[in-house]
Design a protein around this ligand. Sequence first.
Ligand SMILES: Nc1ncnc2c1ncn2[C@@H]1O[C@H](COP(=O)(O)OP(=O)(O)OP(=O)(O)O)[C@@H](O)[C@H]1O
Ligand SMILES: [Mg+2]
Length: 404
Amino acid sequence: MLFCAAQGPEGDVSTVMKADGRVRRVVLVDDEPVILQILSAVLEDGPWEITACGSAAEARKVLRSDGVDVLITDKNLPDGNGLELLKLAREVNDLAEVIIITGYANLETALTAMELDAFDYVLKPLNNVFDIRKKVQRAVDKQDLALENRRLLEDLRAKNIELTAALKETQQLQSELIQSEKLAGIGTLAAGIAHEVSSPLFGIMGLAEAITDEERLDLCHEYARDIVEYSRTIRDIVKELSSYSRASSAEYLTTVELARVIEDAVRLVERSADCRGVTISVDVAPQTFVQARTSEVQQVFVNLVKNAVEAIEDRDAGNGKVTVRAGVSDGRVWATVEDTGAGIPSDRLNLVFDPFYTTKAPGKGTGLGLNIVYRIMAKHRGQVSVESTVGKGTRFTLSFPITG
Ligand SMILES: Nc1ncnc2c1ncn2[C@@H]1O[C@H](COP(=O)(O)OP(=O)(O)OP(=O)(O)O)[C@@H](O)[C@H]1O
Ligand SMILES: [Mg+2]
């Protein structure tokens, strides 16, 4: 075997390397040492490394161990076949180019080689040796082009993935934008205020009626205190209308203890809605605080608990459970309101936060409760999400940032 490694002149290094940084390898295979010597000499000083092999067996070994970019092989070797080496070259490098050396008599086989996608062929005896160098250079150029195409295709695929992700994100943003635009309507706001005022108002009415029949003074005092509390809630909700046009209402934020607000909200729902046969349990970790407006956090829980109670009525009157939990984990304050009610079909889940979306009978629901929840959570940089199984129940999850 004859081995000769050659590299382009200094300063021409860029052409030696392939796009992937490897030096290009030209493998010569012929059983006649003189042919190998001529080819090695002709190709010397080119932008490649040359490995010369005197047999098919040797060539197979080289192809497998070192790889190949351009294979120049005799068609007929005593221990093998040039076409079989062509296939092996393509197995180790699918972009490998192959030039077949053949005698005049075998021109037909050369044509078969071309059909097998050999790059070119060279006839023996080697009359025009410099032509061979040109053919190798052309094979190398073709390979460069294929590599570049492949790189562009990969870039294109990566860009396509990026674009698909960006499109998804834009669609998400767009739907959020539509949602917030929907909320901007003053009509929605006014209707929302009416909706929110109705719960504490019913609470007040119930308590006032109770006072009229109540003979125990201590209970009358307790009911009166609750009436004051609910009146304050109504005052805060109405105030919201006047502060609507102002940019920020940050000055109203206070530290709100969730355990207290949830307890008040549950009490309010129990007084204003029909909770017969519904067990409401509360499990809130102590010291769970959020920075917000108390009346707004209360509105959130009133709406969620009221919906939960109503969902149980829809399914199985007199036998259901609502559980409210809250705590702190992973740098967020979270709360869940879970019920064993009728559930929400999966194709309706994305509608429940829309203003005026309701499945309740006319006059029974306005479809604003969850929209108000969404709005309040967004205002406090919080999130609300919903999971549900029809016939099993629903869980709303809130998440607030920890502030202060
Ligand atoms: N816990 C729940 N279980 C099952 N469905 C629910 C639940 N909460 C909300 N929904 C569905 O979402 C709809 C919208 O709720 P939302 O609170 O916004 O309005 P509403 O309850 O219909 O009316 P309103 O709040 O004025 O009483 C409901 O009509 C109901 O179909
Ligand atoms: Mg509701």
